[in-house]
Design a protein around this ligand. Structure first.
Ligand SMILES: Nc1ncnc2c1ncn2[C@@H]1O[C@H](COP(=O)(O)OP(=O)(O)OP(=O)(O)O)[C@@H](O)[C@H]1O
Ligand SMILES: [Mg+2]
Length: 420
């Protein structure tokens, strides 16, 4: 039997003028890595039994055979459709009761249907070795047969609710924020220690209180003027404790999900519990503040009431710790402020702190010059200092372009000129 497939595809692998063979080792490691990454996204760690087999073996030279299992009979049609679209001279050469064998120019594709509860098997070999496009075709075919079992991960669901999840980022350590030693200490005492030593807190409370109640903070507020490092510190905290940070841009949630914001927020709280230990970071909760005219928008009121209820529902053994950030604490609803166990204040930096911050962004300048800049800026935030340094750098770049004989880094004067 010989059934030629007509191709509907415009991007045929066989006609690709830029054929480039991938050697066996590279092909194998690419395929295995891609499938591993994909599996990690698609399968939760608990259902490892459902992950299809995937195997790349060498047949000789760079010729490889890649096989994977699948369990849905209906997938056969999808697979044949997919391969025939990609390889336009593919034809069915042999058909046995339990195997279809397709031949193209150099490729041989075998598909065995699942039978009697045993999984089916696909194998794709190519004489002489795979090309890049073959590798993509194999990965896509694998994705095709795993789509049925695809479950949305907790992270996917959270992301679809409009939040971001920050995993650890090695460049964000305590040192990234210069100065603020007292703020860092407060964070360590009020957030990190209770997380790391819950048993010690419990032991003390059991000895001191008539009625046991947890003193582990459930919600902490970061407050202070703009650009003083509140958002950055939350990310550092997550990184230093190796705990994911669920970043909720409150303003974004309010506008993007208009009319559904409160349901979405409730959903975020509920879903975050499934993530294990985590920080739920509600950034810029100012959008829940009373407006300047003293009135509160109806939508804001509904979101606020959900927020209050959710915070009240936190149990002491909850895996979520809430962190809120604001630069308008005074305009926030007092019921909301009262729900926070602690408030940590991020002030604008003092002169010596400005000097340390500048050292992060202009490390080539000597201390006395950094001090001079710090004195001349007056009271400005860390962000404003960083911006100042960026302005000086940009101007210096354009000077160096017009005057190539300059080889130095920007001098003091450039920074002083950049003060606004
Ligand atoms: N003490 C500091 N040391 C080094 N960099 C700092 C410091 N404070 C602020 N910055 C820099 O300023 C930038 C802005 O900080 P961040 O966004 O965390 O401020 P924020 O308090 O969240 O501001 P906002 O209230 O406007 O949201 C950061 O990129 C950080 O690099
Ligand atoms: Mg911020």
């Amino acid at each position: 039997m010989n059934i030629p497939f007509t191709s509907k595809s415009t991007s045929s692998i066989n006609k690709d003028p830029e054929k480039s063979l991938v050697d066996y080792q590279n092909a194998k490691s690419f395929l295995e890595r891609s499938i591993q990454d994909y599996n990690q996204k698609v399968f939760s760690s608990s259902d490892s039994t459902e992950i299809p087999n995937f195997e790349v073996t060498r047949i000789g030279g760079d010729t490889a055979s890649t096989s994977f299992s699948f369990s849905n009979k209906e997938d056969i049609l999808d697979l044949i459709g997919y391969f025939s679209k990609n390889y336009d001279d593919l034809s069915l050469k042999e058909s046995f009761t339990d195997e279809f064998r397709f031949y193209g120019g150099n490729e041989i594709i075998n598909i065995s249907p699942p039978k009697y509860g045993f999984p089916g098997k696909v194998s794709v070999s190519k004489i002489g070795g795979y090309e890049n496009a073959d590798l993509d075709a194999i990965v896509n075919a694998y994705k095709l047969v795993t789509k049925e079992t695809k479950v949305d991960t907790v992270e996917d669901r959270l992301k679809s609710l409009g939040v971001e999840i920050y995993k650890t980022d090695p460049s964000l350590t305590w040192d990234y924020i210069a100065g603020y030693e007292d703020v860092k200490q407060e964070i360590k005492d009020n957030i990190i220690l209770p997380l790391q030593h819950p048993e010690l807190y419990e032991e003390i409370v059991k000895g001191t209180r008539k009625v046991y109640e947890s003193i582990k903070p459930k919600a902490v507020l970061f407050e202070g003027p703009p650009g003083t490092g509140k958002t950055t510190m939350a990310r550092i905290l997550a990184n230093e404790t190796q705990t994911p940070l669920i970043y909720v841009p409150v303003d974004g949630i309010m506008t993007k999900w208009y009319g559904e914001s409160e349901r979405n927020l409730a959903n975020i709280f509920d879903t975050s519990k499934e993530l294990g230990n985590n920080f739920l970071f509600l950034d810029e909760i100012d959008s829940l503040a009373t407006s300047r005219d003293g009135n509160m928008h109806e939508a804001t009121r509904r979101v606020l009431s959900v927020l209050l209820r959710k915070i009240d529902g936190f149990e002491s053994n909850d895996k979520t710790m809430l962190i809120g950030a604001t630069n308008r604490k005074n305009d926030l609803d007092s019921a909301l402020i009262n729900r926070f166990d602690n408030s940590i204040f991020f002030r604008n930096p003092e002169t010596n702190e400005r000097q340390s911050i500048l050292e992060n962004y202009a490390k080539h300048l000597p201390q006395e010059e950094l001090k001079e800049i710090a004195e001349k800026t007056g009271e400005i935030s860390g962000r404003a200092l960083k911006d100042l340094c960026e302005r000086a750098e940009r101007k210096w770049v354009s000077k160096r372009i017009t005057r190539p004989e300059i080889k130095e880094l920007p001098p003091l004067e450039e920074y002083l000129d950049s003060i606004r």
